[in-house]
Design a protein around this ligand. Structure first.
Ligand SMILES: [Fe+2]
Length: 351
């Protein structure tokens, strides 16, 4: 499609000569005989390029240039100024600021055509960049929407498993949410990266989901389990892993939840792993899980005091649980207790 060029020139014979020259090169032309006429034609007909003589009567070419380049609707239209050589020095800065190119009279026809074509090519490239930026933006927005959707699906998957567990064992479900928060705090204190913190959260929420597969009478039994019942109960980390296995995005937490009842000295279950063989996340869960179970009320016993729970954890440090992780956990508990005491003190001072 032929490009349309607006010729702004108050001298009729020069205007006609330029029209003949440009149409001879395959362009379509529009003519304007003064500055005001030029502004109206640019806004109504939106040409591909404006060829503007600066020496116009009334509103001169610099004013036209200034108006077009300060208007968001017209500022991207290439503007080539035709100027007399004697007019350049005093207005050179104005030209630099607003025009895209200029040509000085007298000029050779080929030079003018070359400059016009060069400006049109630049404009076409700018338009391509604009279009691809727009399409990039659309793609980015679509990706963000899909990611949000995916995140929601992940959360829904995890919480639907938790709801399934809740119908079976209300204590374990509520316990999982609180344990999860503490596990993430410990992992954060150990400088886990954001992705690993996310998996720490998933694993700590779902570690006991396999209790869905433990017979109800054993799960709810008050008091000591028989050896046979204990064997059934000990299957729950394996059942948790089997429930999680088909859920692709949770693959990374399978070894964690499988190992949350392993002991640091190798005496745990189901695989008898020891020390570093036990995933760090599982070592964190086993400490937080044990602590939270001790300080919570259960149907068959009252919550233990915090100090006694801490003593019990200390007594199995290095055998059942990882001493280094336990130290970090204690530091966090201490910080939390200091914070809680300060908050209490503040409240009593205020009242
Ligand atoms: Fe468990």
């Amino acid at each position: 499609m032929a490009k349309r060029i607006l010729i702004v020139e108050d001298n009729p014979s020069t205007r006609n000569l330029l029209t003949l020259l440009l149409e001879g090169e395959g362009f379509e032309t529009i003519q304007a005989k003064n500055g005001q006429d030029a502004l109206e034609k640019v806004r109504n007909e939106f040409p591909d390029l404006v060829l503007l003589d600066v020496m116009l009567s009334g509103m001169d070419g610099y004013d036209v240039c200034h108006e077009l380049k300060n208007d968001n609707f017209t500022r991207l239209i290439p503007l080539v100024i035709i100027t007399n050589s004697e007019g350049i020095p005093e207005k050179a800065n104005a030209l630099d600021s607003f025009a895209d190119d200029y040509i000085t009279k007298p000029f050779r026809n080929q030079e003018l055509i070359f400059r016009i074509n060069s400006r049109l090519r630049t404009k076409a490239l700018e338009e391509e960049i604009l279009v691809s930026n727009k399409s990039l933006l659309t793609t980015q927005r679509a990706i963000q929407a899909t990611t949000r959707e995916l995140d929601k699906t992940r959360q829904d998957t995890i919480y639907s498993l938790l709801v399934a567990l809740e119908t079976r064992d209300p204590y374990t479900s509520g316990h999982a949410k609180k344990v999860s928060k503490m596990c993430v705090d410990v992992a954060r204190a150990m400088d886990f990266d954001e992705k690993s913190l996310e998996y720490m959260e998933y694993a700590s929420i779902l570690h006991d989901v396999g209790k869905i597969g433990v017979p109800y009478n054993i799960l709810m039994k008050e008091g000591k389990l028989s050896p046979e019942e204990e064997r059934e109960m000990r299957k729950h980390p394996l059942i948790s892993a089997e429930i999680i296995r088909p859920i692709g995005f949770l693959e990374r937490i399978i070894p964690i939840i499988r190992s949350h009842h392993e002991s640091f000295d190798g005496s745990g279950y189901p695989d008898g792993l020891k020390g570093d063989q036990i995933p760090m996340e599982a070592r964190i869960i086993s400490i937080v899980d044990a602590y939270h179970a001790m300080v919570s009320d259960r149907p068959y016993r009252r919550a233990m005091p915090v100090s006694r729970s801490i003593n019990i954890l200390q007594s199995v440090s290095g055998t059942q649980i990882d001493p280094d992780v336990l130290k970090i956990f204690f530091d966090l508990l201490e910080a939390e207790n200091i914070e809680a005491a300060l908050a209490e003190q503040k409240q009593s001072t205020a009242s």
